[in-house]
Design a protein around this ligand. Structure first.
Ligand code: HEC
Length: 177
């Protein structure tokens, strides 16, 4: 039996043809069915997903540019306390991830000793687990205010920063003589 099959004459080619036919008969319908299923499943779902995704991405791009423009043009500068509450409290209220805790004089003393400029630079650029601007999107002046607010709560006595506009404007208090 096995001798007859492995005979070099015609047996191998018969075997090959048969197996190809069987393979085709099984595999081709399988592939066609799979493709049909994939087509049927994708048709109704794929385009809406893509459109929604594109619209979301587009909206995000437009919204970002828009909100930045709005922010710069119309919003009031936030106080140190407002910035602290919206962006810094998450870490500094409880002192998570190694952040010096709000009001903790012992934790703040060495940092205050390094000077206000040092603290502002750290906050603007990020330090350790703290991202740049503490992860927020503020003006440098607002960050400065928040740093002073935070540092003074921890025992510092830095003066309240002067708003850039007020600093640039001619001092109205100077009496004309
Ligand atoms: C993700 C948590 C996190 C947020 C949010 C965060 N901080 Fe921090 N902050 C830290 C950590 C951690 C340190 C200590 C970094 C170090 O010394 O390695 C730190 C340190 C500081 C320091 C001392 C820097 C120095 O040089 O010693 C200041 C000032 C400060 N943060 C201000 C702020 C202000 C202002 C905000 C909000 C705008 C803010 N942080 C938001 C985690 C945070």
């Amino acid at each position: 039996m096995s001798d007859a099959k492995s005979s070099p004459a015609g047996a191998p080619s018969t075997f090959n043809l048969k197996s190809w036919l069987i393979l085709l008969a099984v595999v081709v319908p399988l592939i066609v069915t799979t493709l049909l299923v994939v087509l049927v499943l994708q048709k109704p779902f794929a385009p809406p997903v893509n459109v929604a995704e594109q619209e979301r991405a587009l909206a995000e791009r437009i919204q970002r540019v828009g909100s930045v423009a709005m922010r710069e043009a119309t919003r009031e500068l936030q106080t140190g306390q407002q910035v602290y509450q919206s962006a810094c409290m998450a870490c500094h209220a409880a002192g998570v991830v190694g952040a010096p805790k709000f009001g903790d004089a012992a934790a703040w003393a060495p940092r205050i000793g390094a000077g206000l400029e040092r603290l502002i630079t750290s906050t603007l650029q990020g330090k350790g687990a703290m991202g740049a601007q503490g992860g927020g999107a503020f003006s440098d002046f607002e960050i400065k205010r928040a740093v002073v607010y935070l540092a003074n709560a921890g025992g510092g006595s830095f003066p309240e920063p002067v708003a850039p506009d007020a600093a640039a404007a001619p001092a109205p208090a100077a009496p004309a003589q």
